[in-house]
Structures are given as C-alpha cells and as structure tokens.
Design a binder for this molecule. Structure first.
Ligand code: AMP
Length: 281
C-alpha cells in the first residue's frame, strides 16, 4: 500500500497509474476503521478496481466541536487493517492539504430540502461540510467509482446530489449494505466510545427499525413510532427522531405507503454518544 500525505504527490501518482489503465474505486473515511469500512474496500476489490481509501477527520462537518475533539484517532491500527484488506493507496492529508486557502475558500454546495430534514435539521452545517470535503477529495482523487455505506443513508442522497451538481455524470456510485454487530448494532467509529452498559442496550435501535419494518403489514406507523420512542426512552436514550420517508427522495411520511420504496431512520443519543441507523422497507 502506498501512503500519501501530500495532495500534489497523490495527484501525480494517480494520474500516472490511470495512464496505465488502472481503474480506481474510492472509499472516503474518517478513520477509526471497522468491518463496515473494510466491507466497502472488499466490495471495490470484488468489482475489480484498485482501492484508494482516504482518512481525514473533516473539521467542517462537525457541528458539535466536542464530538470533533473526541473523535477516535487510530491511524497505526487503521494502516494495518488497510494493508490486510488489500487497499492499494491511502490518502492521509492534513487540514492544510484539504483546505489550503482556509475553509472559507473551499467550494461548498447547496443541497436544498435534503439539508433541512433529519440529520440536516439536527446537525446544522453538517452536510455543507460533507459536501465540501467530498467535493475536494473527488477533485484530488478523480476515482472511477465512489463507494459509500447505506449506514449514512441521507449522506448517500446528499452525495448523489453532489455528483449531479458537479457534473460528474460518468462517476459510478455504489451504496453498500450496513455491516452490523451480532445484536444488530450498526458498526460505527463512535461505538468505541460506548461504555459497557451503553453497548449492551445499543442494539435496541436496530430492534426498533426491524419492528417498523415488520409492522408495515397492516400496522400504523404513528403507533409503531410511539412504541419505539417509548422503548428508546425506557432504555435511557434521548431520541432525536424516529422517521419514515420515501426512500427515493427522503420525503417524510406520516404513515406507511406500500406503493413506494420506504426507509425508516432513527437518531438517538445514549449519554454523549449520538447513534444513527436506518432500514429499507
Ligand atoms: P465514516 O468513517 O464514518 O465517515 O464512514 C466512511 C464510510 O464508511 C461512509 O461511506 C460510511 O457510510 C461507511 N460506513 C460506516 N459505517 C458503516 C457500516 N457499519 N457498514 C457499512 N458502511 C459503513
């Protein structure tokens, strides 16, 4: 695996490799890697492309500065995992490589409706930061395919829009299924911060999503939502939302509509740790 910290160096390297006909799949991450990230890397390899992974904890997407300060950094372990997973290129830039003229000078994008609901509403400025960093990373890496996790469903929609806004019609986007722990908890870098008692109950978020999925047969979403909120509260979670939406554009739904593809989404905090998850119906 080759590691680059400098933007100029990686640009030159990738351009030379692409000249030889190498096709690249890109997996942007914030590090503290787990099996969810590694599943994306395995997918790139299975699809026959060389793998570029980036690790960059992007300050502009943290609306909560405490969350940024406490974000786990495990670079040495990450490098070891990436080598084992067969990653070809790792981009490990510092802030000055990504935002050379400062954050304000870096192009940002408007995501309209998508930025006003759910994560957009609860984390003001978050998607602006995500768009800014992924836009910049794509300019640098110029991959053939971008690989994202369904775990961050709304982010996938925002980045689909980013590809449209930046005229990257030829870039393929692959959305990979969520990797879970045995009790259903979606793998996340933030899970490392859970205490043991918190970890034991964290699987309840997935149980709620499964019950929303199961009860679409003849059930009422309004009732299931209330049950989920009560269960989450009983377990000590502060729920931010239990929502149902049209899976194609995230239009929020008050009730099940079996005529359209739907997605259920939950965000809840246990102690200081904010967890999100979703399930397709
Ligand atoms: P992050 O490091 O959290 O920014 O995530 C980097 C990429 O990995 C994003 O596309 C995430 O959606 C994806 N990802 C994170 N957790 C999982 C998971 N449990 N399963 C699959 N993909 C994931």
């Amino acid at each position: 695996m080759v590691i680059f910290k400098s933007t100029q160096d990686i640009i030159e390297y990738i351009s030379a490799e692409k000249g030889k006909g190498v096709k690249y799949g890109f997996v942007p991450t914030m590090g503290a890697l787990h099996e969810g990230h590694l599943s994306l890397i395995a997918r790139v390899r299975n699809e026959g492309q060389a793998v570029i992974c980036s690790i960059f904890v992007n300050p502009t997407q943290f609306n909560d500065k405490k969350d940024l300060e406490k974000y786990p950094i495990t670079t040495d372990a990450d490098i070891e995992l990436l080598v084992k997973a067969g990653c070809d290129v790792l981009f490990l830039p510092g802030v000055e490589e990504i935002y050379p003229g400062g954050e304000q000078q870096t192009r940002s994008y408007e995501f309209g409706y998508l930025d006003t609901i759910l994560e957009g509403a609860k984390r003001p400025g978050h998607f602006k930061g995500v768009g800014q960093v992924v836009g910049r990373l794509l300019d640098i890496v110029q991959p053939d395919t971008l690989y994202l996790g369904q775990k961050d469903y709304q982010q996938c929609m925002v980045l689909t829009k980013l590809l449209e806004l930046t005229g990257r019609d030829k870039m393929k986007l692959v959305i990979c299924p969520t990797t879970r722990e045995a009790d259903g908890l979606a793998m996340s870098s933030r899970n490392r911060r859970l205490t043991e008692p918190q970890r034991i109950i964290a699987g309840v978020i997935y149980q709620c999503l499964v019950s929303i999925q199961t009860k679409q047969e003849g059930g009422s979403f309004a009732i299931v939502k209330k049950e989920c909120e009560e269960l989450l509260a009983a377990k000590g979670f502060a729920t931010e939302y239990v929502a149902l939406a049209d899976a194609r554009d995230l239009t929020l739904l008050d009730e099940y509509n079996r005529e359209i593809p739907m997605v259920a989404l939950i965000a809840a905090k246990i102690g200081e740790i904010r967890l999100i998850d979703n399930i397709l119906l």
